[in-house]
Design a protein around this ligand. Structure first.
Ligand SMILES: Nc1ncnc2c1ncn2[C@@H]1O[C@H](COP(=O)(O)OP(=O)(O)OP(=O)(O)O)[C@@H](O)[C@H]1O
Length: 336
């Protein structure tokens, strides 16, 4: 009989939950739409559908910000809704394994534990797994026996660069760069060069289709509002403009990787050199980032096959494989 247990990767943009009972992964937008400040109108992907289009009395927000919980009440509500959905409408007592970034304060880490405890999801046991360790497992790296694994996770709000060794974290740094910064850079470049206001979703669309557009040798056709006339217009945005406005953010990520490499104990260098960099997280799929990272560091870059899911896939291994249970730890009383 399978155990009732959940693995949760609370991303700023996407929440990923693994249910051990039916061996399923759910990925939904980590978003909530609240009507008149009290009633939940929509959540997850349905809330995202309404984003930037909803009337003033419906507030749509991300309860997480920069990898930490910014709006506890709405985050608890979302966890409860998603766990209820995954439990077929009837929540049963379960163990929860939650991935947390390493480079946040103890108080912020504790907030993840409290979140599950207070979300009314019948938590039996709450365990924490460092996000980078889960990432490593999800990428099929033998994290418990490797000495020196460099993982770069480029998410929505943040990028986490970590060195793992023997199942633990040697160094980790979280910087405030990720998919959102890429979208903002595209929006501001389009505004500056073409006097055109575009929405966040449009910018994200350009970003995601960049590789395809470059291959086809065409620009991105976008709709927006002309700043001068105030009228809706369509324009073709050349891919060169997009690539050049992203460079600054790619460089912040590369600089962070270099800083971590400089601080890495030399004994771990051999493994890092042998294995290369593991690049994951949804926004790591952006065109040119892997190439630039490889060229600037001289290391091979291993690109994740399922970058959005690597952390939650790692959590599924912790839940299912006895050998990996030891990478999870308890924050307080309710643990092992
Ligand atoms: N094909 C793609 N190309 C470029 N970016 C993409 C692609 N697919 C998704 N993204 C971006 O990935 C980001 C979401 O990735 P992910 O789910 O790993 O982040 P998160 O875990 O929610 O964020 P964080 O780690 O900051 O908490 C979004 O910015 C999204 O636009």
């Amino acid at each position: 009989m399978s155990t009732n247990a959940f693995g949760i990767d609370l991303g700023t943009s996407n929440i990923k939950i693994y249910s051990a009972a039916d061996d399923k992964i759910m990925i939904e937008k980590n978003m909530i739409a609240v009507q008149n400040k009290k009633t939940v109108f929509a959540y997850g992907d349905s809330a995202y559908e309404m984003y930037e289009k909803a009337p003033g009395n419906i507030q749509i927000s991300y309860p997480l910000c920069n990898g930490v919980i910014a709006d506890i009440k709405n985050m608890e509500t979302l966890i409860r809704f998603f766990v209820t959905d995954m439990s077929g409408g009837n929540i049963k007592p379960a163990d929860f394994y939650i991935a947390v970034p390493t480079d946040i304060t103890e108080v912020e880490k504790r907030a993840f534990y409290d979140l599950i405890k207070d979300a009314n999801v019948k938590a039996r046991k709450i365990m924490v797994v460092e996000k980078a360790v889960a990432d490593g497992l999800g990428l099929d790296i033998d994290v418990k026996n490797s000495q020196g694994v460099l993982v770069v996770n480029v998410g929505y709000d943040t990028t986490e660069v970590s060195i793992l060794s023997l199942g633990g974290i040697v160094l980790s740094r979280l910087i405030k760069t990720g998919g959102l910064k890429f979208d903002e850079a595209i929006r501001s470049a389009v505004r500056k060069e073409y006097g055109l206001l575009i929405g966040g979703k449009t910018a994200e669309g350009i970003k995601k289709s960049l590789a395809e557009l470059e291959e086809a040798g065409t620009g991105a056709e976008v709709f927006g509002r002309d700043i001068v006339t105030g009228l809706p217009v369509e324009r073709e945005i050349p891919t060169e403009l997009v690539v050049s406005c992203l460079e600054e953010h790619f460089n912040s990520i590369i600089d962070c990787v270099k800083v971590i490499l400089e601080r890495t104990p030399p004994e771990l260098g051999a493994d890092i050199y042998r294995h290369g960099i593991y690049l994951t997280g949804g926004a790591s799929q952006i065109s040119h980032l892997a190439d630039m990272l490889g060229k600037s560091t001289g290391l091979r870059v291993n690109v994740a096959e399922r970058p959005i899911e690597s952390v939650v896939l790692g959590l599924s291994k912790v839940l299912n494989e006895e050998n990996y249970k030891s990478v999870a730890y308890a924050i307080e009383g309710m643990g092992k």
